[in-house]
Design a protein around this ligand. Sequence first.
Ligand code: ADP
Length: 534
Amino acid sequence: MEIITIIIYIAAALEIMMGTVVLFSDPKNKVNRLFAIVSLVTAYWILTNSLISLEPNEFWVKNAYATGIILTPTILIWLNYFLNKKNTKSIVIKIITITAIILYFCSLFSDLIIKHVTVSFTGGFDGVFGPLFPLYAFHFAAVSVYILFLATRAFKNSHGVEKVQYKYIALGLYGFGLVVGTVNFILPIFGITFLIPLDSTSSIIFISAISFAILRHNLFNVKVIATELITFTLWIFILIRVLIAETLQETIIEASLLVITVIIGIFLIRSVIKEVKQREKIQKLAIDLQGANDRLKELDREKSEFVSFATHQLRAPLTAMKGYSSLILEGEMGTIPAEARTAVSRIFESTMTLASIVDDYLNVSRIELGSIRYTFETINLKDLVENVIAELKPNIDKAQNVNFKLDISDPQADYRITADKDKLKQVIANLVDNSIKYTPKGNVHVSLIYDKVRHKLVFKVQDTGIGISPEILPKLFQKWSRADNANKTNIKGTGLGLYVAKEIINAHHASIRAESPGEGKGSTFIVEVEPLAP
Ligand code: ADP
């Protein structure tokens, strides 16, 4: 058998198979039922075309032409239903179908379209066409163009999942049209005619593309149907061999083979069904999980929004409390008794603490909502550090057991950097404040140096305080991270300051890290920023 003939038979068999798979994947769906008809007609068309060369006679040529003319309306009816999800009462489709049916009978039973045919053994044939042939050719070409037009328009006007599906359909139809055009019209110009039988065969392109488009969301089911089809085909094939066996010995061998194949086949189908069911279960779970996850994210966002709103509302009264208590302490409201002074200064301190907690929460909710806005500008890091230390002076002075030292090693160095001044100030203040808070007695050494070799400005806060245990150290920059020894020393912390600091430092493309030899052995916090000057 010639290779082209083999290709033709394989294509026809595959088309029937795909049509069956699509049909059985959802037999109630009219799109699938119509598609099964399309693939059957196409497969029959392929066969009639190949039979022209095998049995060159007028009957098969007429059959091939007749099938060809009903193929395009069949595709059109399917496509129309597929695109509109229902039967439309399109008058155009009705006219096309009725004329196609008339032309079908004319092709088959009269000489109006094919009058007389002489077939050459090369696969080509000389035909004497009847008077209605131009109408036949026009019908075929016009309906083909109309189908391509509908598919292209649907693709252009669609979105999302539908667009992907329509893309496959349009590509399949264009691929089919391209091969038909090339082998029938372009190649013959160069004397190449032996590929003409491939024209109908190329319908496999569009049958495959459409099968894929329909089955995309039902692939698990398809696996079972395909396994069943292959196994049943194998059984029928061996059964035929049993029936046509000529000797007893042959019958026994074939029958044994059949028994073995049936047993293995049943196991195979069962295991595929089992696997498919499990996969479907997993897929369902994954979808449920995705849903739950989306809901959690939504709740988390709502929570952050609420915290942001609530803390924002707390700020205004806190500012008033801070302002008025400070005015009273400064004597702006007249002299107050010593006892009242102690009480008001407690109010003032507590308000400050509360304000800083509210700020921490507000910062965290902003980070989570992604609503932190940075305004970068050129600033001098040395000036910034000195400013922060000046502002923290009252706190530093209050810690009488702490020996504080600020060291800016090279005052002439270029300390310019690109940064959001207020945010970086917050980080520096937090580190210095922590070192004082967590050093009940000892030294705090703040330094800023320019590391020439690594071209980095290094800001360091070193203390001899309570230190950090190796277990806590890696989690220090996470939300709510507070060590036990910190709770004992300073019960007011939130464990949010370093988390916020890390976010801010990351936004600056800089780095922050903590070092400590262990509990009770002090700690060092290091921030490294790239200077502006090259
Ligand atoms: P807070 O100080 O409000 O608890 P931070 O995020 O600023 O929150 O710090 C988180 C934790 O890191 C602290 O609770 C403490 O356990 C530890 N920590 C921070 N700075 C120091 C320090 N200088 N010495 C020892 N532990 C520290």
